[in-house]
Design a protein around this ligand. Structure first.
Ligand SMILES: [Zn+2]
Length: 369
């Protein structure tokens, strides 16, 4: 009798072990921005709550780099991976010559396209590269920072997502939007001329020349690789926000040929409504992303909203996002299409119902809880 019980127990344990092996914990990240004077104990409590709901890592934008050490330590105390979120090309108050110049000859410093905040630096400018690489290295040296997370590592949207084009009243624009096509500074024009013998200022429609498009993609790729090498030498990792694709969107919209980048984690912003798409779209776009990323993990980044209570309800662009029910489907579609995990943008756009929905869907795929 004792032997039978023992065998039964051994079988149950084996089954449990197998079940556990199939359902590895799903990596779940949240994006969060904190104020200049956060209450660190409250913040740690928030981290604790997120962890209890299955979150495994946080991507945090702080008001200054001085805050990172303490915030990262608090996240680690709760067992959360820490990604220091730092905008790259989108910057205010830098030297005027560092800003990108559009096809009309306007500096992004003086004539930002789409919105006043759209002040993009020129990724080909050596001083920009030195300055930002130094800054990322400074952050990478901070204890408890696991990843530096690059955001806005791109040019402005030469082609807007259809949902945003509608929002900005630019739905009639076909192909590239000249005021959003960068960079035509003297250095970029001259470098491209040396490489190809083409004076791009003399070309009737520069958007039709694939070499010019590739030249800009290469500027971003070279810059990402420079930062990644520097951060890797410090023993830290690099994660990066990207547009979906890369081939179907990121490349022609913002010059991100991100399948060429030597980073450690991708967070493609798979915001279906921006592209006028439903949730099925995630199946195809995530499959493309996973294939493009190769061995680098893809965390499908989903945008949630507090402004939509029922599935299918229309909201304006700034409130685009997933209801709790939609979020469940979006997570299922992302993970079953090969995404290693998910990222939720952003924590303050998550209702109690969103958190419950997350817990429910994670039971199907494996939770870290
Ligand atoms: Zn330039």
């Amino acid at each position: 009798m004792k032997i039978k019980v023992f065998i039964g127990l051994a079988a149950a344990l084996t089954l449990a072990a197998c079940t556990q092996a199939v359902k590895e914990p799903t990596p779940v990240y949240v994006w969060h921005q904190i104020s200049a004077t956060p209450n660190l104990d409250s913040l740690q409590h928030v981290f604790h709550v997120w962890r209890s709901k299955g979150v495994t890592g946080v991507c945090i934008q702080t008001a200054s780099t001085d805050q990172i050490e303490e915030v990262a330590a608090r996240a680690h105390k709760e067992g959360l991976e820490y990604h220091a979120w730092i905008p790259s090309m989108l910057r205010k108050g830098m030297p005027h010559e560092w800003y990108a110049v559009n096809r009309l000859g306007q500096s992004a410093d003086e004539y930002p396209v789409y919105a006043d905040t759209y002040r993009f630096l020129d990724p080909a400018n050596p001083e920009v590269k030195e300055y930002l690489t130094e800054q990322y290295m400074t952050v990478a040296k901070i204890p408890n920072v696991d990843y530096v997370r690059l955001d806005f590592m791109r040019y402005p949207d030469a082609v807007l997502a259809s949902g945003l084009a509608e929002y900005y009243g630019l739905s009639d624009v076909e192909g590239e939007y000249a005021p959003a096509d960068y960079c035509y500074c003297p250095t970029c024009i001259e470098t491209f001329k040396q490489q190809t013998d083409i004076d791009i200022t003399k070309v009737e429609d520069p958007s039709k020349d694939p070499r010019w498009a590739q030249f800009r993609c290469d500027q971003i790729t070279l810059f990402v690789d420079k930062i990644a090498r520097a951060v890797h030498e410090l023993g830290k990792k690099v994660s990066v926000d990207v547009f979906p694709g890369p081939n179907s969107y990121a490349e022609h919209m913002v010059r991100q040929q991100w399948n060429q980048w030597t980073v450690d984690m991708f967070f493609p912003m798979n915001y279906n409504e921006f592209y006028g798409e439903g949730l099925d779209w995630l199946n195809t776009v995530v499959a493309e992303e996973v294939e493009g990323a190769g061995n680098i993990p893809v965390m499908s980044t989903l945008r949630t909203t507090l402004h939509k209570n029922q599935e299918g309800q229309k909201v304006e662009a700034r409130n685009f996002g997933l209801s709790p029910e939609e979020m469940k489907t979006a997570i299922r579609n992302s993970l079953s299409s090969g995404a290693k995990g998910i990222c939720l943008y952003r924590a303050t756009r998550m209702s109690e119902e969103h958190w419950d929905a997350l817990e429910e869907v994670l039971k199907e795929f494996g939770s870290s809880k």
